[in-house]
Design a protein around this ligand. Structure first.
Ligand SMILES: [Zn+2]
Length: 323
C-alpha cells in the first residue's frame, strides 16, 4: 500500500494543497481562493475540504494511505503544538490547528510559520540545495524572513524568530504596520514602494505606470511595477532600486550576525524583477557586509515560487514521521 503526505500552504489570498509521495513526487493538487469576511471556523472548514479535494483527486483512501500533513501558516504560532496564537487575517486566536487536523485525518500534523516553511522548501529543494546555514528574505506586501541554521528552522525562544522586516533601519523613520518606527518593512515593503510609485505617477513622471494602472496604490502590485520599470519609467525604477538596496542592507546585517552560506531572495517583487534585485542587493552587500563573512555567502534567487511552502511543509512532516 502506498503512503502519501499533504503539503499545505495557508496563504493570505489563497490556500493550496499538494498530495505527494514521501519522495516528494506530487500526485494531486487542489487550491481555493480566500474569501473576505470569513469566520475562523469557515476557514478551517475550507482547509479540510481543500485537503479532501487533493486526496479525492488522487483517489486514495485517506484513512489508510494519508500518513501526514504539513502546514505553512501565518503566525505567530507555536510550532511545538501547531496552535495559531493570533492571526487577524484568519480570525484565529489560540486556534489548535494542528490538533484539529490530527483528529480530523488521524495522522501526524506539523504546523510552522509560512515563511519559515517556504525557506525550508528552498533549502531542501530549491535555491538552497546543498546549503547548511541559509537566510531567506522575501519582500512582498511585508518583508518575510526565514532562518535555517545547521539544517534546522531556527525558532528562537518565542517560536517566531525571523521577523527580519521588523529590524530597524532608522529610529526616526516612518511608522511600520507593526507599530514600531523605522522598520525595513516601512521602507521597502511593497505597499510603501507602490505608494512612492503612485506619487511619481501623479507628478507625471511615470507615463507607463499611469497609462496601465493610474495612481491607485491598491492596484500597483509587483507585476505593474515590473512593467513600469521595463517601460522606461526611470523614477519608478529609482524607487524600486532604493528599496532593493535597503533589502540588501538588511541581508548584510544578517550576514554579519549569522554568517550564512546562502542568502536567498524570493517573494513577489523579486520574482518580478530578479536582475534588479540581484544587482542592488549585491551592491549593498559589498558595502555593508563584513568582507570575511561575505566571502562565505552566496546570493541566490528563490526557485520554487508558490511551491516552496508546499514542499517545505511536506518535508517537515516526512521528517516528523521518520523520527
Ligand atoms: Zn515593523
Amino acid at each position: 500500500m502506498a503512503k502519501y503526505v499533504i503539503g499545505f500552504d495557508l496563504g493570505g489570498t489563497k490556500m493550496a494543497a499538494a498530495l505527494m509521495t514521501p519522495k516528494f513526487e506530487v500526485k494531486a493538487r487542489s487550491r481555493q481562493r480566500s474569501k473576505a469576511h470569513e469566520s475562523g471556523d469557515d476557514i478551517y472548514g475550507r482547509i479540510v475540504n481543500t485537503i479532501r479535494d487533493a486526496v479525492g483527486e488522487a483517489k486514495i483512501d485517506p484513512k489508510k494511505e494519508l500518513v501526514g500533513i504539513g502546514v505553512g501558516s501565518p503566525g505567530p504560532l507555536d510550532p511545538e503544538t501547531g496552535t495559531i496564537i493570533d492571526c487577524a487575517n484568519l480570525n484565529w486566536s489560540d486556534f489548535p490547528l494542528g490538533k484539529k487536523l490530527e483528529k480530523e485525518f488521524g495522522c501526524p500534523v506539523v504546523v510552522d510559520n509560512d515563511v519559515n516553511v517556504g525557506t525550508y522548501g528552498e533549502f531542501h529543494f530549491g535555491a538552497g540545495r546543498g546549503s547548511k546555514h541559509l537566510v531567506g528574505i522575501f519582500p512582498g506586501t511585508g518583508i518575510g524572513g526565514g532562518l535555517v541554521l545547521d539544517g534546522r528552522i531556527y525558532h528562537g525562544a518565542s517560536g517566531s524568530a525571523g521577523e527580519v522586516g521588523h529590524m530597524t533601519l532608522d529610529p526616526d523613520g516612518p511608522n511600520c504596520g507593526c507599530g514600531k518606527p523605522g522598520c525595513y518593512e516601512a521602507y521597502a515593503g511593497r505597499n510603501v514602494i507602490a505608494a512612492a510609485a503612485a506619487t511619481v505617477a501623479l507628478r507625471g513622471q511615470a507615463p507607463t505606470l499611469l497609462k496601465n494602472k493610474g495612481s491607485d496604490v491598491r492596484t500597483i502590485r509587483s507585476g505593474a511595477l515590473k512593467r513600469s520599470v521595463a517601460g522606461g519609467d526611470k523614477e519608478v525604477e529609482t524607487v524600486v532600486r532604493r528599496a532593493a538596496y535597503q533589502i540588501g542592507i538588511l541581508g548584510a546585517n544578517l550576514i554579519n550576525v549569522l554568517s550564512p552560506d546562502t542568502l536567498v531572495l524570493g517573494g513577489g517583487l523579486v520574482e518580478a524583477m530578479p536582475d534588479l534585485f540581484r544587482d542592488e542587493v549585491k551592491r549593498a552587500l559589498k558595502t555593508h557586509a563584513m568582507p570575511f563573512l561575505r566571502k562565505f555567502c552566496t546570493l541566490k534567487i528563490a526557485e520554487l515560487g508558490d511551491d516552496a511552502t508546499i514542499m517545505g511543509a511536506a518535508k517537515l512532516v516526512v521528517e516528523k514521521i521518520e523520527a
